[in-house]
Structure formats: C-alpha cells, structure tokens
Design a protein around this ligand. Structure first.
Ligand SMILES: N[C@@H](CCC(=O)N[C@@H](CS)C(=O)NCC(=O)O)C(=O)O
Length: 213
C-alpha cells in the first residue's frame, strides 16, 4: 500500500494517474495547502520542502517503508518499482527523462509563476505576467512541435513524461490561467488521446472531494 499526500492539484494528479496506470493501490492522506498544513512539523518529516505530492511506500526497497517527495522523483520511483512507463532501452529511457525534465523545470514552474502573478500577487506586476505567459506559450510550442511527429513525448511509447505534462494541459489549468491553446493542435490531439484513457480518468477522479451530502 502507498500513502499519497494529496490535494487536487496538477502535481498530485501526476501521481494518482501513474498509480492507476501501474495498478498500485493507494490511500489518500489529504493535506490542505490553503490552510498551511504542508508546513506542519509532521508533514515536514515526509517532505522537508513543504510541497505536495509525497508518498510513503510501505513495501519500499528491502521491504521497508520508503518516503519519496518531488513529483518527478516519485514518477521515476514508481516506474522503476513496477518496470512500467519508463523504457529500459537506454536511448528511449534517456528521451523519456529529457521530456520529464522539460516538464519539471519548465512547464510546471512557469504555469505556477503565471498563476501567482495573474491572481495571487498583492502588487500587480504586468511584466511578470507577460514574462511567464510568454514562457508558457513558448513551452507549448516546443511540445506542439515534438507532438507533430511523435504520438507521445518520448516517441512511440506512452511514458511518465506524458503523465507529467498532462495535468498542465487540462481545462481547469487552462481556464484558471486564461490560457488559449487553440494554436496548439498537436498538444490538443495528444491531450484528447490521454484524457480518453481509463487510468487517467480514474486518477483524476480519485482526488476529487466527495460531493457534499
Ligand atoms: N517541484 C515540486 C512542486 C510541487 C508544488 O509546487 N506543489 C504545490 C501543489 S501543485 C504545493 O504543494 N504548493 C504549496 C506550497 O507551495 O506551499 C514537485 O513537482 O513535486
């Protein structure tokens, strides 16, 4: 069993999707980031970087509990644990990790900064909004050109690189950031392909709070 420290956000969605894809069962451990629970000492023992997601694999290496934080590291850990979604062949593996790093270092942080300067910053900073909007648009262009000639980001095989990027292309993220993706036909086709996967649907749904009764 795996504990997934969670809130319904894109970085956590990566992990609920990969867990569904590889068929590992998990138990949600909700952390309310808007109430500051990520800073509580009990959680800092799990993730000293006070962010979601994090996991505890109760059957980790050597049969011992193992903690993993940082979504990219969690994706790699779960792919290696199960032998799925990260090719063993060196060139394909290297391609997968390259596109995973594009997400980790570019797509996620740029969208995060855009969201902050668009809606949460106390002092308006139009230059910062312009800067991060431009960066998100540039990165979507990079993804779109890659997906013009490849079914998936790493090539022919669906992988953890696709799972890392997918949550940053959902309607919710695009609406919150007022991001128009109409010029990115290949990203849209790829997105629809992933969105139709049963495991992706289950992964997203598993994080949604129960409707109020
Ligand atoms: N690089 C980190 C980023 C994680 C991250 O920014 N998580 C957000 C939720 S999507 C969070 O925990 N925010 C709370 C905070 O920054 O205090 C990862 O990929 O795990």
């Amino acid at each position: 069993m795996i504990d997934l420290y969670s809130y319904d956000t894109p970085n956590v969605q990566k992990i609920s999707i990969v867990l569904q894809e590889v068929g590992l069962s998990y138990c949600l451990k909700p952390i309310d980031i808007f109430a500051g629970e990520q800073f509580q000492p009990e959680y800092l023992v799990i993730n000293p970087n006070n962010k979601l997601p994090a996991i505890v694999d109760h059957e980790g290496p050597g049969g011992k509990p193992h903690v993993v934080f940082e979504s990219g590291a969690i994706l790699i850990y779960l792919a290696e644990k199960t032998g799925k979604l990260l090719p063993a062949e060196p060139a394909a593996r290297s391609r997968t990790l390259q596109w995973l790093m594009v997400q980790m270092s570019g797509v996620g942080p740029s969208f995060g900064q855009l969201g902050y300067y668009q809606s949460r910053a106390e002092v308006k900073a139009p230059e910062a909004v312009e800067r991060f909007e431009g960066e998100v648009r540039r990165l979507y262009g990079v993804l779109d050109r890659r997906l013009a000639t490849n079914v998936f980001l790493a090539g022919d095989e669906y992988s953890i690189a696709d799972i890392a990027v997918f949550p940053w292309t959902t309607e919710r993220v695009r609406t919150i950031q007022a991001f128009d993706w109409s010029g990115f036909a290949n990203v849209r086709r790829w997105h629809e392909n992933l969105a139709s996967r049963e495991a992706v649907r289950r992964g997203l749904a598993s994080l949604c709070p129960e409707p109020a009764k």
